[in-house]
Design a protein around this ligand. Structure first.
Ligand code: BG6
Length: 476
C-alpha cells in the first residue's frame, strides 16, 4: 500500500443475497425458505410472516429480479464496471431443500458452480455468505428454527457440502449475515430472518434470542473449523450489522448506556473473534437465572475456531438516550440525531460514522475488516431515454469512501475491500419493495414484479467504474 491510497489488491465490488435477487423459488428442486413467506410491505407497513403461501398476497422474493436466469448478463455488467469481488449468498434451501436431508440437491449445487465459474471468467472473487436470511422453512416448522440445538448439525452438514464443493472457486466466506440484528429481540422480522423463530405467547423473548444466537455462534465456529480443515487457505469471516450508537449527551448515564447498547449489539463479534462471552453478558445470564443450554464442549468450540476477518454492513448510526434501564431496547431508546440527515425510509445518513466503525472494530478486535454492505436506498427515476441520474447515490457513496480512506490512510485500519449493497437493484429485505433501490444497475421491475426486467446502467455505474479503475483516487 502506498501511503495515500488503498492496497493494490483491494477488493472493490458489490453485494447481493440469493433470496433478494435469484427468484426461481421452486426451480431445480429448491425448497421453500423463510423468505418465501414474507409479504410485500413498505416504509410504513411491515412485511407479514405468513404460515402458508396465501393466494391473495404478493411474495416479492419468489421472483426477485430473476438472477437465476440472468446471472450471465448481470455478472458481465459487473465485470464491465471493473468488479474485483462479488458477494452473494448460497440459498441453503437450494442445497438442502428441507434442511434436514442426508444428501444435497445436485441441481442446486450445479447452479452455484455456474455462478462462481462465471465470476472466475472475469477474475472476480466470489465472496459468499452461507446463511443470509434464507434458511429452509421446514426447519422452522419442524424444529422451531434456531431455538433447536439440532440446527447446529444441519448447518454444519450444509457448510461442509459447500466448502467441499466450492473451495477451489471461493476463497472468502461468511457464516451468518448480520447475526447481531436479532439483538433487537422485540423486532419480529429481525428475529425471524436471523433465527427462523416465531414467538409464542409467554416467551421470554430476550432469553430465547440468546439461546438461538448461542446455537448459531457454535454453528458458525464449527463451520470455521470444517472450512479450514478442508482448505486452510479459506478466509472465513463473521458478518455484523454495524450501527454506531452515540450517547445522546455527555451525561454520564447516557454515555454508559450508549456503551452498553453497543456491547449488546456487538457481543456476537466478541464471541466470534475472542472465542468467549464478555463479562457483562455472563453476569446478565447469571443474574436473570436463565437456564441457557451452553455446554462446556460448546465453549471449547467457540474458543478454538474463531474467525479470520470481520465482514460488516454499514448504513447508519443511532443516537441513544438513557431513561431508567441499562439494558438497551432499540424500539424504545433511540432518538433522532439533529446532526445527520435521514433517507426516505428514515435511515440516518452518517459517513463519519463509517470511520468511527472502522476504528472501533480495529481497536476492539485487531482483525482485518471488510465492508460487505453500504449504500443508499432511494427512489430512482428511469428517464424516457433509459437513464437514471442518481447524483444522490454518487454523493452518498463518495462521502462514505472518503471517510473509509481516512480510516485506512490516516488511522491505519486494515481494510480488505468495499462491496456496496445491492449493486444491481433487488428486493428490499426490510420492506420487500423493488422501489427501494441501491443499484448501479437499474432493473425495470415494480414492487409487484411487473416490468420488462431489462437492465440499464445508472449514472453511478460510470462513476463507480472510474473509482475502481483509479483504486479510489478519483471520486469526482
Ligand atoms: C442489510 C441486509 O440489513 O441491509 C440486506 O443484509 C438488506 O439483506 C440491506 O437488503 C438493506 O436493507 P433493505 O431493507 O433496505 O433492503
Amino acid at each position: 500500500m502506498t501511503n495515500n491510497t488503498f492496497k493494490p489488491d483491494f477488493l472493490w465490488g458489490g453485494a447481493v443475497a440469493a433470496h433478494q435477487l435469484e427468484g426461481a423459488y421452486r426451480e431445480d428442486g429448491k425448497g421453500l425458505s423463510i423468505a418465501d413467506f414474507l409479504t410485500l410491505g413498505n416504509a410504513n407497513k411491515p412485511r407479514r410472516l405468513t404460515d402458508t403461501i396465501e393466494d391473495e398476497e404478493y411474495y416479492p422474493n419468489h421472483h426477485g429480479i430473476d438472477f437465476y436466469h440472468y446471472y450471465k448478463e448481470d455478472i458481465k455488467l459487473m465485470a464491465e464496471m471493473g468488479f474485483k469481488a462479488f458477494r452473494t449468498s448460497i440459498a441453503w434451501s437450494r442445497i438442502f431443500p428441507n434442511g434436514d436431508e442426508d444428501q444435497p440437491n445436485e441441481a442446486g449445487l450445479a447452479f452455484y458452480d455456474k455462478v462462481f465459474n462465471e465470476c472466475r471468467k472475469y477474475n472476480i472473487e466470489s465472496v459468499v455468505t452461507l446463511s443470509h436470511f434464507e434458511m429452509p422453512y421446514h426447519l422452522v416448522k419442524e424444529y422451531g428454527g434456531w431455538s433447536n440445538r439440532k440446527l447446529i448439525d444441519f448447518f454444519s452438514r450444509y457448510a461442509r457440502v459447500c466448502f467441499e464443493r466450492y473451495h477451489n472457486k471461493v476463497k472468502y466466506w461468511m457464516t451468518f449475515n448480520e447475526i447481531n440484528n436479532q439483538a433487537n429481540y422485540e423486532n419480529e422480522l429481525s428475529v425471524y430472518e436471523n433465527s427462523g423463530i416465531k414467538y409464542q405467547t409467554g416467551d421470554n423473548k430476550e432469553q430465547k434470542m440468546y439461546q438461538a444466537a448461542h446455537y448459531e455462534l457454535v454453528a458458525s465456529a464449527q463451520a470455521v473449523q470444517i472450512g479450514h480443515a478442508i482448505d486452510p487457505s479459506l478466509k472465513i469471516g463473521a458478518m455484523l450489522a454495524f450501527c454506531p450508537i452515540y450517547p445522546n449527551s455527555p451525561k454520564p448515564e447516557d454515555v454508559l448506556f450508549a456503551n452498553r447498547a453497543m456491547d449488546s449489539r456487538l457481543y456476537f463479534g466478541d464471541v466470534q473473534v475472542n472465542g468467549t462471552y464478555p463479562n457483562w453478558l455472563q453476569a446478565r445470564f447469571r443474574n436473570n437465572n436463565w437456564d441457557l443450554d451452553i455446554t462446556s464442549n460448546d465453549l471449547e468450540i467457540l474458543q478454538k475456531d474463531t474467525v479470520d476477518y470481520i465482514g460488516f454492513s454499514y448504513y447508519m448510526s443511532f443516537d441513544a438516550k438513557y431513561s431508567d434501564h441499562l439494558d438497551y431496547r432499540e424500539n424504545e431508546d433511540l432518538v433522532a440525531n439533529p446532526y445527520v440527515k435521514v433517507n426516505d425510509w428514515g435511515w440516518q445518513i452518517d459517513p463519519v460514522g463509517l470511520r468511527y466503525a472502522l476504528n472501533w472494530m480495529t481497536t476492539r478486535w485487531h482483525k482485518p475488516l471488510f465492508i460487505v454492505e453500504n449504500g443508499l436506498g432511494a427512489y430512482d427515476k428511469l428517464t424516457d431515454d433509459h437513464k437514471v441520474h442518481d447524483t444522490y447515490r454518487i454523493a452518498y457513496l463518495r462521502n462514505h469512501i472518503e471517510e473509509m480512506k481516512k480510516a485506512v490512510v490516516d488511522d491505519g485500519v486494515d481494510l480488505m475491500g468495499y462491496l456496496p449493497w445491492g449493486c444491481i437493484d433487488l428486493v428490499s429485505a426490510s420492506t420487500g419493495e423493488m422501489k427501494k433501490r441501491y443499484g448501479f444497475i437499474y432493473v425495470d421491475e415494480d414492487d409487484y414484479g411487473h416490468g420488462s426486467l431489462k437492465r440499464y446502467k445508472k449514472d453511478s455505474y460510470y462513476w463507480y467504474k472510474k473509482v475502481i479503475e483509479s483504486n479510489g483516487s478519483d471520486l469526482s
